[in-house]
Ligand binder design. Structure first.
Ligand SMILES: [Zn+2]
Length: 283
């Protein structure tokens, strides 16, 4: 909930609004209408103002929703890009592992051919010492082979793990791509739909403005521009201003219910309407 604006009595904001609106009202009074007619005139204005506020708020809401959807799509696109990079890294890792395995396999081939060579040489040795030295070389090459085989086993195991990661990530990537496609078409539909609705609402807003005098409209536009949530006309809610949530004194509330003049919140300057006006418009 928004924090209540500071209670400083009449703020500069509310003063400007009040002056604008009072000027409008004094014009009404000089026409010397009967009290009853005055009430009807003011009620019409309040109805038009509250109606205008409702229409404009719907347009605001629509624009906010439409503004948030592209962000969802953007988030999804970022996630997909992240997944693709991840998969790319995994693929690079598998290539490195495959290279390491191929290297070790080559080493094994080399060792085997050396063993073959030493065994051939052993057939032609001149003494035991030469024979033993070749045996040692063969043993060494056999150990090299064992070591390479161990490394190949380890790399193969890692390779399987990375391959599983790739498969999982790829499946997830496909899912997210599918989500993106759905989101994108949703977005397109919503934009088309809300744009159509917005045109209708804007027309309604324009139509409604015709029933409100320029001075009042200027005040409305200015209050709306400065107010949080774009609210210039608010209901009394639980004895407080529906815009700034400051309590409205009972006498002030009574004046608002009388519909004899347009009354603004003394704290935030928003135009106040009672439930009777709100209900008439909301119906
Ligand atoms: Zn207020």
């Amino acid at each position: 909930m928004a924090k209540a604006e500071t209670k400083k009595g009449k703020t500069a904001k509310s003063k400007v609004a009040e002056e604008e609106i009072q000027a409008e009202q004094s014009k009404v009074k000089t026409t010397e209408e009967s009290d009853e007619n005055l009430v009807i005139t003011i009620e019409k204005k309040l109805n038009a103002l509250y109606n205008l506020q409702m229409i404009d708020s719907s347009i605001d809401k629509m624009r906010i929703v439409r503004g948030e959807l592209p962000l969802e799509v953007e988030d999804l696109e970022d996630e997909i890009a992240g997944l693709e990079t991840r998969i790319e890294n995994f693929i690079q890792e598998t290539e490195q592992l495959k290279e390491a395995i191929a290297d070790k396999e080559n080493l094994i081939v080399e060792s085997k051919s050396m063993i073959k060579k030493y065994e051939d040489q052993q057939m032609n040795v001149r003494n035991n010492r030469e024979y033993d030295s070749l045996t040692k070389e063969i043993e060494f090459q056999n150990l090299e082979i064992q070591l390479s085989e161990k490394r190949i086993k380890e790399s193969t195991f890692k390779l399987q793990g990375v391959q599983e990661d790739i498969d999982k990530s790829q499946a997830y990537l496909e899912e997210r791509k599918n989500d993106l496609e759905i989101k994108n078409s949703e977005l397109k539909d919503i934009i088309a739909e809300t744009e159509k609705e917005e045109v209708t609402l804007l027309e309604k807003s324009e139509e409604n403005r015709k029933y409100i005098e320029d001075r009042l409209l200027t005040a409305y536009t200015r209050i709306r521009k400065n107010a949080r949530n774009g609210l210039a006309v608010v209901k009394i809610e639980r004895d407080a201003c529906g815009g700034c949530f400051n309590k409205i004194p009972p006498q002030h509330q009574l004046d608002i219910r009388m519909h004899k003049k347009i009354i603004v919140c003394e704290y935030c300057g928003r135009i106040l309407v009672d439930n009777a006006i709100a209900e008439t418009v909301e119906q």
